[in-house]
Design a binder for this molecule. Structure first.
Ligand code: 5RP
Length: 219
């Protein structure tokens, strides 16, 4: 039987074919990306190093001996490899289940190509069943939650979580996200919101899905 972890691993290993020699690789966050980091470690002599989207990924990269560059020190780079919590056929995503959404969105913005690695449970017709994470300045938590209610969502404070940027996370339940780019913009305009987990304006370019029949690539 192919488990969800087998599928994540298959997608992560398939992403290695897009890693070019002597380049810096953008690295996301999460359990699927951890398989990618482990695969990258086996070919680490091939690459210059990585830019990372979280303290957790930075630590894992460094534990493998992979050099991690500050994003401000590198110009553009070719690929950013990251997972997703949900993804549609339009390659719009919800991300941030691991609370790393802001840095993920920044690193993704700089990369030329966003490669999303998922198992097939992440494919959805409409975004929103997975609660939408929003990173918020702590002082603005209640205000942002009230504004989200006006948009029709049910906000819930993610207890005990502080992001790598020192902020908090609100998860929004019960949204049917019919127009992801529009809602991404609307939520960004609420004062106190640092970033929301809709990745639509900068969606994925390539999606690698782990399935019962191995990794399938869509570009
Ligand atoms: C972290 C993320 C992850 O990419 C997303 O949560 C998927 O994680 P996993 O690969 O563990 O299922 O956005 O902020």
């Amino acid at each position: 039987m192919t488990t969800q972890d087998d599928k994540k691993r298959a997608a992560a290993q398939a992403a290695m074919q897009f890693v070019k020699a002597d380049t810096i690789v953008g690295v996301g966050t999460g359990s699927t990306v951890n398989y990618f980091i482990d695969a990258l470690a086996e070919k680490q002599d091939l690459i210059k190093g990585a830019v990372s989207s979280s303290e957790a990924s930075t630590q894992r990269l460094k534990n493998h001996g992979i050099e991690v560059f500050d994003l401000n020190e590198v110009g553009s780079f070719d690929i950013y490899v990251d997972g997703a919590d949900e993804i549609t056929e339009h390659k719009h995503m919800i991300k941030g289940g691991g609370a790393a959404l802001t840095r993920e969105k920044i690193v993704a913005a700089v990369a030329k190509t966003f490669i999303c690695i998922i198992d097939d449970t992440k494919q959805v017709p409409i975004l929103g069943k997975f609660p939408l994470p929003i990173e918020v300045i702590p002082l603005a938590r209640s205000y942002v939650a009230r504004e989200i209610v006006k948009l029709g969502g049910d906000p819930m404070y993610r207890q005990g979580v502080v992001t790598d940027n020192g902020n908090v996370i609100i998860d929004v339940f019960n949204l049917d996200i019919l127009n992801p780019p529009e809602l991404e913009t609307t939520i960004n305009q609420i004062v106190g919101v640092v970033c929301n987990g809709i990745f639509a304006h900068r969606g994925a370019d390539i999606v690698i899905t782990g399935t019962d029949n191995g990794a399938q690539i869509s570009q």
